[in-house]
Design a protein around this ligand. Structure first.
Ligand code: SF4
Length: 375
């Protein structure tokens, strides 16, 4: 995997004083730097060429975040929600998954690294202080960017790992499609950080998850973090339907089982391909070789296109079955699915939010490292 190097860095005047901004500027010394008063000035630039979203990834913006770093995952009213909390230290991503939802949401032509770390940590404090006794919050940074792809220049994950290490009501999840785990290995993580990989068969990785690392590298990296005492997690998300999916996903679970210790897997999620209708046009224009837009989809209540329910059910049921053959105790959950799909695919579901939290807490308590620094 080729390391990311921006073509230019734009830095807000105020942010330039922050240690994180200085670290990034030192790391990328030699890259042209422009200073702006406010990040919003970038919006006034004319769109760059025929692919402004792709072009935007070559600009790295260093800016202070003036909003809320810590936000409950929006979920959808009709879906059984897993009550995740999204943290946004970095917005936008150097990797190029054809199905990336950010292509529908990002309107700033840059990858934004927020530099006001202390404010973010203060917001985490405030959020967790309001959690009722016995509650458990799962916080993740992988929704608006890959959690590790910019770790070497920014050090964001390290700060967060240290922040949650001593907490009793939170776990941090770092989600990645890279093998860039080196900066994590020596950290004192206190057993409160879970390092997670999104998994797909190699044929899908090559065609639809561009600039990411292959399956073997992801699995080797997962084994390395487990050896360093972290818990690992895996997301079969998005599950993609194509001729031969069954054999390939079965093989994927078999390779996972060979590579990592199931007793140190915190959770596994399953989610099928879904996207806002407008993304189809974007995928066709940006990635003409992608086969994703050719699938058969139905518009869901969440206003996103999904595979038909019987197909989703069949895929979830199959993958969950192979995972349970590997280890009956693994915690499996569905991402963004309604109750009926849980029932049909997994044969059961947690009845409410408290039960969801309890499941995660129980699983974490069942694995040896929870709450302690393992040897
Ligand atoms: S890793 Fe995630 S955020 Fe990055 S391009 Fe892929 S889907 Fe988008």
């Amino acid at each position: 995997m080729k390391p990311y190097r921006p073509a230019r860095i734009v830095v807000e005047r105020e942010a330039r004083r922050d240690p994180l901004a200085r670290r990034v500027l030192d790391f990328y010394s030699g890259v042209p730097v422009e200073e702006v008063e406010r990040a919003e000035e970038l919006l006034a630039e004319p769109p760059a060429g025929p692919d402004p979203f792709g072009a935007g990834k070559r600009t790295l913006l260093l800016a202070r975040f003036r909003g809320t770093f810590v936000k409950p995952c929006p979920g959808t009213a009709e879906m059984l929600c897993c009550h995740y909390v999204v943290l946004s230290p970095i917005v936008n991503c150097p990797l190029e998954c054809t199905y990336c939802v950010l292509q529908s949401y990002i309107n700033r032509p840059a990858i934004t690294v927020h530099t006001n770390v202390e404010e973010c940590l203060a917001q985490i404090d405030e959020y967790l202080a309001a959690v009722p006794p016995g509650g458990l919050v799962r916080i993740g940074t992988g929704e608006l960017a890959d959690s590790l792809v910019l770790e070497e220049p920014t050090g964001w994950a390290e700060r967060l790992v240290h922040d949650v290490a001593g907490r009793t009501n939170a776990v941090l999840e770092l989600k990645t499609k890279t093998a860039l785990v080196e900066p994590l290995l020596g950290l004192d993580h206190g057993g409160r950080t879970v390092v997670a990989w999104s998994l797909n068969p190699e044929v899908i990785i090559r065609r639809e998850e561009l600039k990411t690392v292959g399956l073997e590298e992801r699995l080797e990296a997962a084994a390395r973090v487990q050896a360093a005492g972290y818990l690992a997690a895996f997301h079969f998300d998005p599950l993609i339907h194509y001729p031969g999916w069954e054999a390939d996903y079965r093989d994927l679970v078999a390779r996972l089982a060979q590579a990592v210790d199931s007793r140190r897997v915190a959770w596994v999620s399953l989610g099928s391909l879904r996207f806002l209708p407008g993304l189809k046009t974007v995928i066709k224009a940006r990635f003409p070789k992608s086969r994703l837009p050719g699938g058969e989809f139905v518009l869901g209540q969440d206003k996103k296109l999904h595979y038909l329910a019987p197909l989703r059910t069949a895929m979830y049921r199959a993958v969950a079955g192979w995972l349970k053959e590997w280890d009956e105790e693994i915690l499996i959950y569905l991402c963004m699915e309604r109750d009926s799909l849980w029932d049909a695919a997994l044969g059961e579901r947690p009845p409410d939010r408290a039960a969801v939290e309890q499941r995660f807490r129980r699983r974490l308590q069942a694995v040896a490292s929870f709450g302690t620094t393992p040897s």
